[in-house]
Design a protein around this ligand. Structure first.
Ligand code: PRX
Length: 661
């Protein structure tokens, strides 16, 4: 392990004295979708998941095999069955007479709204699927989607699924460079985008980044044949004749009926890139049958979804896995009515989210701790102005939630009684793995607590032995699960090395965790070179590579420093090249360079990766074997007394660095 373990476990202190627990209210438990028997059923996990796959999904060809683990660690679930994801999300609801049910309540940031029923969504997805096919997209082709949160974004994902063309959604906050490398890695020849989206009252452009990404494609890439553009902001944009076309025109010309392409359960559904411990993002591959089974079952069980009466709202962007599993696939496969919102929580005012909850009578809300902490900072008088009485389940995802934020969420947003489900999972796991069940579990503030039925998860020590209650270690998944990643796109070896080599035969999640005296699991943050900033995964190595790519930087070390609101914040330590050394002795010049470097990272990776602080230092603390001791840098970044530096090759280095603070 890297020297990072110690910092992650610092969160343990927060939890050490946490003894509160809240049983589900009796009326809630009485009506819950799932009771405690589910754990018993889940003990036979293959049978359990096979039952869910039959209950939650409609199969074109029923499967007869459940799990094929003979090519571990690449699993095959329900492999001889065939189905289509869009058919499960749309057609079957319409065929069952629920076509008039609202699928999406779209709320644009400027206040424009749109309601789309399941029947309407089916028509639009069918048109889009026909349009994509007429542009040459075939089953198996990859389609890159670079869009804001719009109805069209959901439509595009489902249109791809309908023709069996795996989508790769790139978060709109990523830069042209990041987009280019994903188009290249996925080998995509078509990009669906928008002119831009609304952010904090202003249009934020997207199309220029697509143009720049395509212009910079490596010559080995066959080129992007078409860019389909949704008109959202009406901004002026560049246009390449023959390549670019408007979404509205492409759809208008398309037929409203489309026969879904039924694919094998193991057919790729999507690739989603996420940060790993090296500089190169990993294309996480998910397939169809197992992924949909677990996304749908967990959405139904963990949120206690009642499709005909709940209004569900997950605040995640479709650019992240949460948006895939709990905005698009889980809820729509379950026939839910849900809100999607384009903008930020503070536009045009800091009560916007709560106004939306009140307006649509949202009953299930799923969001991230960073958002809760931001709302805490703004003050409880803001949500108090709105009627939040419709809420009956609250969810949290993306990073550990501190007990204080959990209690605030329950009291201020949940009226003091609404069950909170703290859901642990990852891009790689595809769906929720560890979470309370709202009608069963007595919840504890700050703990994800229990593996879901059918899921094997535990905490182990360095030798893969499960730790006793009260002890900490590494979170691992001990059994294959239906929505597990099927690999890293184009790099099977990296998949094996990253997840399956630390503890042979079991999945290493990269998270530190502890078991409390009851055996409940508390997540403590990453133990590898991955940071978590506002619930977004960022790689220290990727940001370091970006910094050293700048002409002024000789060496760089990046750490995630604890931050009250965002969980972690990116702090970079850089050594400048000799020819810049003189320059940075002048504070104004140094400040200008720091700003330049922040923007450089913003341009290479995306604004979310911009370091909060950049410190120009004369040296970096290294062990005798040359490894940077980030633990010490984190001490500096978090204004702590610097810890044990005895393994440093040159122990005077920390004094030099501390003087720079
Ligand atoms: O460190 C864990 C943290 O987020 C990581 C996964 O990030 P990503 O793939 O971007 O997916 C985020 C949304 C599922 C995990 O390795 N994480 C996620 N949920 C929790 C969490 N940490 C603690 N508690 C959670 N509930």
């Amino acid at each position: 392990m890297t020297d990072r373990t110690d910092a992650s476990t610092s969160g343990m202190d927060n939890h050490a004295n946490e003894a509160r627990s809240f049983a589900p209210p009796a009326p809630f438990a009485a009506q819950a979708n799932v009771d405690a028997d589910a754990y018993g059923l889940g003990a036979d996990s293959e049978r359990f998941w096979a039952d869910q796959a039959r209950a939650m999904l409609t199969w074109k060809t029923p499967f007869t095999q459940t799990l094929d683990w003979s090519q571990a660690p690449v699993a095959r679930w329900f492999a001889d069955g065939t189905l289509n994801a869009a058919h499960n999300a749309l057609d079957r609801h319409v065929q069952a007479g629920n076509g008039d049910r609202v699928a999406l309540y779209f709320e644009g940031e400027p206040g424009d709204t749109r309601q789309v029923t399941y029947a309407e969504l089916l028509t639009e997805v069918s048109r889009a699927a026909n349009a994509l096919q007429s542009l040459g997209v075939k089953t198996g082709d990859r389609v890159v989607i670079y869009m804001p949160m719009l109805v069209e974004s959901v439509v595009t994902m489902l249109a791809c699924a309908r023709i069996g063309a795996p989508h790769s959604v790139v978060f709109g906050g990523f830069s042209a460079d990041a987009l280019r490398s994903r188009i290249e890695d996925a080998g995509a020849r078509i990009v669906v985008t928008a002119d831009g989206g609304w952010r904090r009252g202003a249009p934020a452009a997207l199309k220029p980044a697509v143009d720049e990404a395509i212009a910079g494609l490596d010559p080995s890439h066959p080129g992007v044949d078409h860019v389909v553009v949704v008109r959202r902001t009406g901004q002026e944009i560049g246009w390449t004749q023959g390549r670019d076309l408007w979404w509205s025109e492409a759809l208008e010309a398309a037929d409203t009926r489309h026969d879904p392409v039924f694919v094998e359960a193991e057919h790729p559904l999507f690739i989603l890139y996420t940060s790993g411990t090296t500089g190169k993002p990993k294309g996480i591959l998910h397939t169809t049958g197992g992924y949909l089974t677990q996304a749908a079952w967990t959405h139904w069980a963990v949120f206690d979804l009642k499709a005909d009466s709940d209004v569900y709202w997950c605040t995640a962007d479709i650019g992240w896995i949460t948006g895939h599993s709990y905005v698009v696939y889980g809820p729509l496969v379950n026939g839910a009515s849900q809100v999607i919102y384009e903008g930020t929580p503070d536009a045009p005012h800091r009560g916007r989210w709560w106004e939306i909850v009140q307006k649509y009578k949202v009953s299930i809300l799923y969001t991230a701790p960073t958002a809760i902490r931001t709302c805490m900072k703004w003050g409880e008088q803001i949500p108090a102005q709105f009627d939040l009485g419709s809420l009956r389940v609250l969810g949290s995802v993306g990073e550990p939630i501190n007990p204080e934020a959990w209690m605030w969420y329950r009291r201020v947003i949940g009226g003091g009684s609404t069950p909170i489900v703290d859901t642990w999972w990852q891009t790689e796991t595809g769906a929720i793995m560890i979470s309370p069940l709202p009608g069963v579990t007595a919840t504890k503030p700050g703990s994800a607590q229990v593996p879901l039925p059918g899921i094997g998860a535990t905490v182990v020590d360095d030798d893969a032995a499960p730790v006793p209650n009260g002890a900490g270690g590494y979170l691992v998944i001990t059994k294959p699960w239906p929505s597990m990643l099927r690999g890293i796109w184009g790099d099977l070896q990296r998949f094996k090395d990253t997840y399956w080599s630390r503890f042979p035969g079991i999945y290493f999640a990269g998270d530190g965790a502890k078991k409390d005296q009851d055996g409940d699991i508390w997540l403590l943050g990453r133990v590898d070179d991955v940071m978590n900033v506002s619930g977004h995964r960022l790689s220290t190595t990727e940001i370091e590579s970006s910094l050293v790519a700048h002409e002024s930087v000789a060496e760089a070390a990046v750490v995630g420093a604890a931050d009250e609101t965002t969980g972690q914040a990116v702090v970079a330590f850089v050594i400048v090249r000799a020819q810049f050394a003189e320059l940075v002795t002048d504070p104004a010049q140094a400040a200008a360079l720091q700003e330049q470097l922040r923007n450089h990272v913003g341009k290479q990776i995306g604004p979310i990766a911009k370091p909060r602080r950049i410190l120009i230092v004369p040296e970096l603390p290294k062990t005798r074997s040359g490894k940077i001791m980030r633990r010490l840098l984190r001490d500096v970044a978090e204004n702590r007394t610097v810890g044990d530096a005895t393994t440093l090759a040159d122990s005077s280095v920390m004094n030099l660095i501390a003087r720079k603070m």
